[in-house]
Design a protein around this ligand. Structure first.
Ligand code: ADP
Ligand code: MG
Ligand code: ZN
Length: 718
């Protein structure tokens, strides 16, 4: 009986969560993991959620916050992000506030007082605040139901972003009148970090859910042996208007590249620790607000970027480990649309990183760990296997497919060439030098260099001396690194790693196994968009609104939402609400403005003949699509049938027909416009004008829909 009750309760809980997802956030279904996390929190269990960046962690505490009795405190290290989060929540009608060092004490007290009285569902708090006794004092009576810890890896010294203030979270939880449920979230947690989070936040036998680390929409590539600056210039030229980050290893390099880009006429900002606080936050703001499409930055530009429409992240240099790389590259494509992560590799990158490790006063143990992590990063750059698989296995994901189809190494269907003989030469040379020397020396022996060290060691007498003369030392080093990445060779750890034969070496040396290698091609498939002209207009409107309200554009709508609008042309309430990211509140605020732009846009193409339109927007998938609809319509199919067989909404099919009519195609209006409605509509349109449809719609009986109104306007060529 009790069990049945629990099941019923769970069901009710999930239904109301789903309803909240719909109504407030405008999404129709949960992403992987969200449901489990929410259910666990609502059952008052401490919970740890490990989900990739962009996976949707925020929702997992925001939705419970709506139904839990007290306040939800959110500890987040990202001060700049707090305001955005609070702005976003207020846009969708969830009252919340934030507390950080930017507020005067009076204001802070005021906000907490309101929170105690139940005026806010969520209160965001910077962890630094928790170190103040005075502050903890006024929290003491707060009825907190849920304590959500975002970026929870910051509590661990083994994470890449340790913040001592996170250690004050557990004492805070203990000092509250009733201990709240604690839910912790992070995107990057190795086993060690995971254990630290549980221990240091004092989670009480928590439910731990991990959805794995995969980010399907990211395309990974590593490019070697190219002119990096020229590559960036070409890339920016080919991707005008897209938002992106270019990471460089040093301030000097940021300054240099930034100057070059400005000279070449690109709009770009720069960001590094050498600039003043005001300058940095101003540039970051411009970037957030889509005023500056491109940011050139050191890794100081990082935490606190929640911009969802970053389409590419280019690394001019290899970072120091896979964690940092995945975190930085992962800032691309949070909205789920296709985005690119491109790493421009050169062998010097390893020297830069080694230098940086040596500069750091680290314990020998930590230093060895750093070198080992660096080696794994270098292996990523040299592997010819799937890049996504490499990253996911690094993070410990299980059952990762061999071939993702969405990275440079997988999508590249270039020919395989047999390099077995070359590999045998390299492997036997490693053996001849006693498995006791590094990449450079082996490369030099193979090349037959006349450097002193080689003759001193007598290596010029080896049978492998000079047997690969036709290659440059750089090419040889690249090949050796590749063999390390693939397990034919291994390198020892430490400052002077030496090469040893790996597991896979023997079968190759004995001729039992061949080694095949892909010949790379440059181009990779590009991501298409819908009606780009409409998308630009919608963006324009969003920008206007965002400036008026002084919030970043993505707080109004994400790019992906505008993309969907420019694919589906929603022109009424139902079709607007069906768009991902349009919930009740946002529809009420912005629905009609966006509908007007869409209607005007479709009307604007009225006079253009079909052929011209096609050539004007060759990339628009929709151009062809509405013609397909028209074809089916001419064959006598009903709109419903067309929608079903083409897997489109009825709305879209109707939009197609209107577009065709506007473009001059013949439509049988008599069968589409009910006679009883035609006069009424005509009267209303003549009275109110055809520019804005919503007033016309409002002036008419409820059963008359937008399609019929537009049909009448088309038929009478108003
Ligand atoms: P994380 O904190 O895990 O990096 P966020 O919480 O910032 O990710 O969410 C990333 C994006 O995904 C946001 O734009 C959010 O609105 C969107 N999102 C979250 N959950 C869903 C969902 N169920 N359906 C569609 N979009 C979602
Ligand atoms: Mg987050
Ligand atoms: Zn792949």
């Amino acid at each position: 009986m009790i069990m049945v009750n629990n099941i019923e309760k769970d069901k009710a809980m999930l239904n109301s969560s789903l309803e909240a997802l719909n109504r407030y956030f405008g999404y129709s279904s949960f992403r992987p993991g969200q449901e489990k996390l929410i259910a666990s929190i609502l059952r008052s269990k401490d919970t740890l959620g490990i989900m990739p960046t962009g996976g949707g962690k925020s929702l997992c505490y925001q939705i419970p916050a709506l139904s839990l009795p007290g306040v939800t405190l959110v500890i987040s290290p990202l001060i700049s992000l707090m305001k955005d989060q609070v702005d976003s929540l207020s846009q969708i009608g969830i009252p919340s506030t934030y507390i950080n060092s930017s507020l005067a004490w009076e204001e802070l007290e005021h906000r907490l007082r309101l929170a105690s009285r139940g005026q806010f569902r969520l209160v965001y708090i910077a962890p630094e605040r928790l170190q103040s006794e005075k502050f903890l004092g006024i929290l003491k009576d707060m009825p907190v139901s849920l304590l959500a810890v975002d970026e929870a890896h910051c509590v661990s010294q083994w994470g890449h972003d340790f913040r001592p203030s996170f250690l004050s979270i557990a004492p805070l939880a203990g000092s509250l009148p009733t201990r709240p449920v604690i839910a912790a979230f992070t995107a990057t947690a190795t086993e060690k970090v995971k254990q630290d989070i549980i221990r240091l936040l004092c989670l009480n036998s928590p439910n731990v859910y991990s959805t794995g680390f995969n980010r399907e929409n990211l395309y990974f590539s590593v490019l070697k042996g190219i002119d990096k600056t020229n590559f960036v210039i070409d890339y920016l030229n080919d991707h005008k208007g897209q938002s992106g980050i270019i990471y460089a290893a040093t301030r000097k390099e940021v300054e240099r590249l930034h100057k070059t880009l400005m000279r070449s006429g690109f709009q770009a900002g720069k960001y590094h620790a050498g600039l003043s606080d005001t300058e940095r936050s101003r540039t970051q703001e411009h970037f957030s607000y889509d005023d500056l499409p491109v940011m050139v930055a050191t890794n100081a530009f990082g935490m606190g970027i929640d911009k969802s429409n970053i389409r590419f992240v280019i690394h001019m240099n290899m970072p120091r480990n896979i964690e940092s790389y995945y975190q930085e590259a992962g800032r691309a494509g949070r909205d789920g649309d296709p985005a690119r992560c491109i790493l421009l590799y050169s062998p010097q990158d390893i020297h830069i990183q080694k230098f940086l490790i040596e500069q750091n006063p680290l314990s020998p143990e930590r230093k060895a760990a750093e070198y080992s992590n660096l080696q794994k990063m270098a292996d990523y750059c040299h592997t010819s296997a799937c890049l996504r698989q490499y990253i996911l296995e690094y993070f410990g994901d299980k059952d990762v497919p061999e071939n993702c189809g969405n990275c440079e190494n997988c999508s590249d269907d270039g020919k395989l060439s047999d390099i077995t003989v070359e590999v045998q030469k390299i492997l036997s040379c490693v053996r001849r030098v006693g498995e006791n020397y590094g990449v450079n020396l082996v490369a030099n022996v193979l090349k037959g260099s006349r450097i002193k060290k080689i003759s001193l060691l007598g290596f010029d007498q080896l049978t492998t001396y000079g047997i690969m003369k036709e290659y440059t030392a750089g090419e040889l080093a690249n090949m050796i690194n590749l063999l390390v990445a693939e397990g034919y060779l291994i390198t020892t750890e430490g400052k002077y790693p030496v090469l040893r034969l790996g597991n896979r070496a023997v079968p190759v040396l004995t001729g039992k196994e061949k080694v095949l290698r892909k010949i790379r091609r440059k181009k990779a498939p590009a991501a298409g968009t819908a009606d780009t002209a409409l998308f630009d207009k919608l963006r324009g409107l969003r920008k206007e609104i965002s400036e008026k309200q002084n919030v970043p554009p993505y707080v109004i709508f994400h790019d992906s939402t505008l993309q969907e609008m420019s694919r589906l042309y929603p022109v009424d309430r139902a079709s607007m609400l069906a768009i991902g990211g349009v919930g009740e509140n946002k529809f009420a605020r912005y629905g009609s403005q966006f509908i007007d732009v869409i209607v005007k846009h479709t009307a604007g193409t009225q006079t253009a003949p079909l052929s011209e339109k096609q050539s004007a927007t060759p990339s628009s998938a929709d151009t062809a699509s509405h013609l397909v609809t028209y074809q089916m319509y001419r064959e006598g199919k009903s709109f419903k049938d067309i929608a079903a067989s083409r897997k489109l909404t009825l709305q879209t099919v109707q939009n197609h027909i209107i577009r065709c009519a506007q473009a001059g195609c013949e439509i049988d209006w008599e069968s589409l416009i009910p006679r009883s409605q035609e006069e009424l509509i005509l009267e209303a349109v003549r009275r109110l004008g055809p520019e804005k449809l919503s007033p016309v719609k409002e002036a008419l009986p409820k059963e008359i829909d937008y399609f019929t109104i537009r049909a009448v306007i088309c038929k009478h060529k108003i």
